[in-house]
Design a protein around this ligand. Sequence first.
Ligand SMILES: *[C@@H]1O[C@H](CO)[C@@H](O)[C@H](O)[C@H]1NC(C)=O
Ligand SMILES: *[C@@H]1O[C@H](CO)[C@@H](O)[C@H](O)[C@H]1NC(C)=O
Ligand SMILES: *[C@@H]1O[C@H](CO)[C@@H](O)[C@H](O)[C@H]1NC(C)=O
Ligand SMILES: *[C@@H]1O[C@H](CO)[C@@H](O)[C@H](O)[C@H]1NC(C)=O
Ligand SMILES: *[C@@H]1O[C@H](CO)[C@@H](O)[C@H](O)[C@H]1NC(C)=O
Ligand SMILES: *[C@@H]1O[C@H](CO)[C@@H](O)[C@H](O)[C@H]1NC(C)=O
Ligand SMILES: *[C@@H]1O[C@H](CO)[C@@H](O)[C@H](O)[C@H]1NC(C)=O
Ligand SMILES: *[C@@H]1O[C@H](CO)[C@@H](O)[C@H](O)[C@H]1NC(C)=O
Ligand SMILES: *[C@@H]1O[C@H](CO)[C@@H](O)[C@H](O)[C@H]1NC(C)=O
Ligand SMILES: *[C@@H]1O[C@H](CO)[C@@H](O)[C@H](O)[C@H]1NC(C)=O
Ligand SMILES: *[C@@H]1O[C@H](CO)[C@@H](O)[C@H](O)[C@H]1NC(C)=O
Ligand SMILES: *[C@@H]1O[C@H](CO)[C@@H](O)[C@H](O)[C@H]1NC(C)=O
Length: 838
Amino acid sequence: MKRTRGSLEAWGSLVLLALCSWTGSWATVPKPVRNLSVKDQTNSSITLGWTEPDGTASQHYLYRIQWEGTGTPGNKSTDNTSVLVDGLQPGSWYQFAVWVELNGTRSSQETCNVSTAPNRVMDLHKEAQTNSSITLGWTEPDGTASQHYLYRIQWEGTGTPGNKSTDNTSVLVDGLQPGSWYQFAVWVELNGTRSSQETCNVSTVPNVVTSLRIQNRTNSSLTLSWTAPVGPDHPSYTYWVSWVIEGTMVINTQDTRVSNTSDTRITLEQLEAGSLYTFTVQAERNGVSSDIRTLTEATAPNRVMDLHKEAQTNSSITLRWKSPTDPHSQAYTYWVQWAAGEHPQGDHDPRGHQANQTRETNHTYYEVQALEPGTLYNFSVWAERSNVASSAQGLLESTAPSPVTITSCISISGGHGVVLNWSCPRGGYEAFELQVGGQQDSQNRLSCEKRVSVWGLWPAQSYPAIITTIWDGMRAPSASVTCRTENSGAIVGAIVGVTLFLIPVGLLIFFLKKRHEKSQREPAPRGLVFSFSEDILAEDFADHVRKNEKDSNFGFEEEYQQLALETYSQSQTVALAPENSAKNRYRNVLPYDWSRVPLKAIQEEPGSDYINASFMPGLENPQEFIATQGPLPQTVGDFWRLVWEQQSRTLVMLTNCVESGQVKCEHYWPLDAKPCTHGHLQVTLEGEEVLEDWTVRDLTLQHMQEQKTLPVRQFHYMTWPDHGVPHSTDPMLAFRKVLRQWLDQTTEGGPPIVHCSAGVGRTGTLIALDILLRQLDRDQRVGPFSYVQKMRESRPLMVQTEAQYVFLHHCILRFLQQSSRVPTDNGVAYENPLYENV
Ligand SMILES: *[C@@H]1O[C@H](CO)[C@@H](O)[C@H](O)[C@H]1NC(C)=O
Ligand SMILES: *[C@@H]1O[C@H](CO)[C@@H](O)[C@H](O)[C@H]1NC(C)=O
Ligand SMILES: *[C@@H]1O[C@H](CO)[C@@H](O)[C@H](O)[C@H]1NC(C)=O
Ligand SMILES: *[C@@H]1O[C@H](CO)[C@@H](O)[C@H](O)[C@H]1NC(C)=O
Ligand SMILES: *[C@@H]1O[C@H](CO)[C@@H](O)[C@H](O)[C@H]1NC(C)=O
Ligand SMILES: *[C@@H]1O[C@H](CO)[C@@H](O)[C@H](O)[C@H]1NC(C)=O
Ligand SMILES: *[C@@H]1O[C@H](CO)[C@@H](O)[C@H](O)[C@H]1NC(C)=O
Ligand SMILES: *[C@@H]1O[C@H](CO)[C@@H](O)[C@H](O)[C@H]1NC(C)=O
Ligand SMILES: *[C@@H]1O[C@H](CO)[C@@H](O)[C@H](O)[C@H]1NC(C)=O
Ligand SMILES: *[C@@H]1O[C@H](CO)[C@@H](O)[C@H](O)[C@H]1NC(C)=O
Ligand SMILES: *[C@@H]1O[C@H](CO)[C@@H](O)[C@H](O)[C@H]1NC(C)=O
Ligand SMILES: *[C@@H]1O[C@H](CO)[C@@H](O)[C@H](O)[C@H]1NC(C)=O
């Protein structure tokens, strides 16, 4: 028991000791830290903080921190309530344990799991861009927790800013505006801990240009135009245009021509004619270029060359031309277009005159078929490539006339004559040439389907008869028929013959009577309106001409050049007015304001008082003649107004309507007995007499409102080439004599109206000739130089060429020679023609 008691005592003291000891320990065990939290995270450090536990001996607390995670575990001690743990790996989880120690006694531990911040993303770059989206890519930063990384992308630019998240290492941002800058920021988040951000600026692609087209095209240039790309605002773009000619293999950019512009059009010059060019256009903005637009277009070919008529019949014309010398002319096709002009016989063409026809050919010739005979055609030929046409080359050519058929040949006048009758040919015809036996003469174009008698034949003979149609210098002989003259006389023929003989005799008597009356009535001239300073005596004139003819007309050349030197800078305001420009046949032949012939103005029609006509001074009268241009289609009405208002009874025409394929003057009088009306004026052709060199027509002008008429005689000289001179002076002198006799006898009415094409060359020469011969008659002296000078003060370019000036002298000289041989030759008005219309 004692032993038990003793052992009990020992156990009791042990338990007490232990109890005491425990009690002491228990009293000093500290409490754990409170509110352990993360204060900061970087890519290499974590700062933890906490609140010190409740207790009295807090100034003696030692805090122990232990961590493990990536790398070697570590521990730290501090008496502070926060700790910075560094040397850690970025983007990694760490498990921390924190406890308190007091005098070697430790509290329970608090733990927490914390990650370091990830590193920033690496190698941020643009992977792709379109007109509405941008794709960015980057490399994942290091870190053991990288599978938990979340990437944040934020952007701003045109439009509202935006953001996105992804766990991928690339992102497509769409819904953007084309051609615009965007600024992107990208960072990584690991459980809310973000890295620092990477930024980059990327632009979207501009849209493509639209409506790329050719705006203008020539044979050496192309103007491209396009519409600016569709974009958010109206920014400025740089356009890159490149082009390459066909047949070039583009191996590198040196084969391509490039140009840039900020304009939405570009003109490329010095290109090859008729060649295909391929263009590309790209819009660039912010250094980013749009997709390309391409266009392949051809330049216009050059004109065809040397277009001419190779052959013609009365229903076809073969044209031939040369290809232009363009690099690809073998690829050209050619177009031939033609339209019929008018011919004096009016509209025989059922298709109408203005209808044109067009044909394509691969050759450099074309036979145009199914044409009307005796008709002037206006041809145009042009080359074409890829539906691009060159400018057209024009040519006026006439088909040959068609031959007539002689329908009858009847003997008259007891076999001394025949009456011929022939059909009017299809198409145009100007005149007919008759050949009966050895005799030959012309008939005017009104003679077909009439009866034309031929005299001077012998009875009881056979005569071959051919009638040749004449048109535009071309001749179409009919089939020959044989005319047989009868044996005995025929009364009808005789009567016709006598009547025909009597008419000219009657006229002659009438003329001479009138002339006599006039010379009695008129007083002697009162002196010149102007005086000739260098007048030449009649007897010295031949010497003067010979002197000037020496050394190939050196003297005349000097005189004429002196005339040309004197320019009269007088105003031509009315002729130059825009509303009158279409009324002038030639831009350089315009009347002076002071000497022009004004028309009566039509109310509210500007320029209605203008016609290209000038008064010409004569011996006594400062307005003795009117010189005017050949009427244009649009001035025929004005021309007849001029005739009516001036009450001119005489027209002198010195040109043909068409000469060498060129229209020189509109056919302003009626073609046949059917009257023509121009405004209030009606013109009727009463009769016509065709002679070898000229035609005399009688016309009546009727004012429909005023119910008055004016007889007008037209003297039409037909064999005077433009710019040139007639081959002989005699027909001209004869023509002037006939004209002068008529003028002397026609005392009523206004000044005679003289015209050719421009109304200066031939017109000037004829007026000068008439005035100078009258001066010679009256004064026995003559002054060609000073009179031409005088004319040129009233209208430019009168007597237009040196050859005409020389011809004027030759006419005067010939006149002097004739009058010295036959001093008072007041011959018959017209030579008795062999042929007469019946
Ligand atoms: C510590 O945390 C408790 C609750 O967990 C809270 O009531 C207290 O205010 C916190 N103290 C501090 C100093 O943050
Ligand atoms: C932490 O980031 C800085 C800059 O971002 C960098 O220079 C440094 O190397 C990074 N530290 C580690 C351990 O990656
Ligand atoms: C604490 O760290 C030291 C070195 O810094 C080391 O020697 C010791 O073993 C560590 N203690 C524990 C309990 O890990
Ligand atoms: C404890 O921390 C505070 C701020 O956190 C600091 O100012 C102080 O110097 C620290 N004390 C020691 C002993 O590290
Ligand atoms: C530690 O304990 C001893 C006795 O057990 C005591 O004397 C000493 O003061 C204590 N130290 C602190 C810092 O409390
Ligand atoms: C911290 O991580 C460890 C291991 O990953 C885990 O066992 C523990 O429960 C975590 N603690 C907290 C507070 O999440
Ligand atoms: C982008 O281009 C396509 C095709 O070119 C076009 O249809 C689309 O409208 C464009 N988007 C924008 C935003 O302009
Ligand atoms: C991110 O985008 C959403 C809508 O997509 C928006 O509500 C939010 O404010 C954006 N955040 C930032 C920081 O822009
Ligand atoms: C992330 O942080 C939240 C608090 O911020 C915590 O509740 C959660 O457990 C953390 N996740 C991980 C995987 O540690
Ligand atoms: C086309 O080019 C011609 C010749 O260069 C020029 O006269 C004409 O005005 C241009 N037309 C346009 C629409 O640019
Ligand atoms: C030819 O005729 C066509 C229609 O038939 C017309 O459009 C064109 O202008 C004409 N050309 C000429 C030069 O008259
Ligand atoms: C011209 O030649 C081309 C190709 O050789 C052919 O297709 C076309 O029909 C020809 N045109 C004519 C009018 O012959």
